[in-house]
Design a protein around this ligand. Structure first.
Ligand SMILES: NC(=O)c1ccc[n+]([C@@H]2O[C@H](COP(=O)([O-])OP(=O)(O)OC[C@H]3O[C@@H](n4cnc5c(N)ncnc54)[C@H](OP(=O)(O)O)[C@@H]3O)[C@@H](O)[C@H]2O)c1
Length: 242
């Protein structure tokens, strides 16, 4: 039995990049809490992880449902007494019209998961992360949320006019910066990870990178040594422009 194991919660861990993050953290001996909104899908993911030697547990968690988040936080406190790593991975991408004809309800739905979901879960888990010797929060962002890149007319994706999803990731980056600033001076570091364009259900499996590759930056940031900086935005090649 591992004394004082490292505990990680990954939201949306039942498939895609989130599942891979859970698997790769588990490979490092970290106990993984598989946050999923659907019990069957969550339990199936846990069984797959256990079959690969990972110490994994299902935690019911819908990032749009405050009650499930509060219940998850209470369960983690009672069972493990702390949280060391939070990966805010759950996200959605909806079909969008260009900004001038984008339906506000679509934008609200995207924000409810991608922005307010990250905010709700982070806020609920911070008291548990404060009980860790070295807490890490990783927010799954995207280069599509980079204003630095999108404001360059030569950016290859500047014609990808997806205001809701892209700006949701810009807002995620803002949360990284502001939570990092609030928590500066504590042992908790907050970072944004850009996984690159990955073949998952979100992209209809069209991405050029595997979920395994997409998970690597988040895993690196989740296990960042204490001397590294907080509040950054990274991909596999280093710093990404805000
Ligand atoms: N794929 C890419 O190229 C790419 C690029 C940049 C950034 N990202 C980001 O990386 C993250 C993972 O994306 P992915 O490609 O792995 O997508 P995915 O395969 O579609 O997986 C998304 C995960 O989020 C979960 N989820 C959605 N809404 C949720 C909610 N309300 N509560 C809890 N879980 C919820 C899904 O659960 P269900 O199975 O129940 O739907 C699923 O487990 C997302 O934040 C995405 O924006 C992806």
């Amino acid at each position: 039995m591992v004394v004082n194991p490292t505990i990680a919660l990954v939201t949306g861990a039942n498939k895609g990049i989130g599942f891979e993050i859970a698997r790769q953290l588990g490979e490092r001996g970290i106990t993984v809490l598989v946050g999923a909104r659907n019990e069957k899908r969550g339990e199936e993911a846990v069984q797959k992880l256990i079959a690969q030697g990972v110490n994994a547990y299902f935690v019911p968690l819908d990032v749009t449902d405050q009650q499930t988040i509060d219940d998850a936080a209470a369960h983690i406190l009672t069972t493990f007494g702390k949280l060391d790593i939070l990966i805010n991975n759950a996200g959605i991408f909806l079909q969008e019209s260009p900004p001038s004809s984008l339906d506000v309800e679509t934008m609200k739905a995207v924000y409810d998961t991608n922005v307010f979901g990250v905010f709700r879960v982070t806020k609920a888990m911070i008291p548990l992360l404060r009980r860790s010797e070295s807490g890490r929060i990783v927010n799954m962002s995207s280069s599509l949320g980079s204003l630095g890149l999108n404001s360059d007319p030569n950016f290859e994706l500047a014609s990808f006019l997806v205001l809701g999803y892209n700006s949701s990731k810009t807002a995620v980056n803002a949360m990284t910066v502001f939570f990092a600033n609030e928590l500066r001076g504590t042992s908790i570091k907050v970072s944004s990870a850009d996984p690159g364009y990955c073949a998952t259900s979100m992209t209809n499996y069209s991405g050029s990178r595997s979920p395994q590759e997409g998970a690597q930056t988040a895993v690196r940031l989740a296990t960042l040594p204490s001397e590294e900086a907080t509040g950054g935005f990274y991909n596999e090649n280093g710093v990404v422009s805000w």
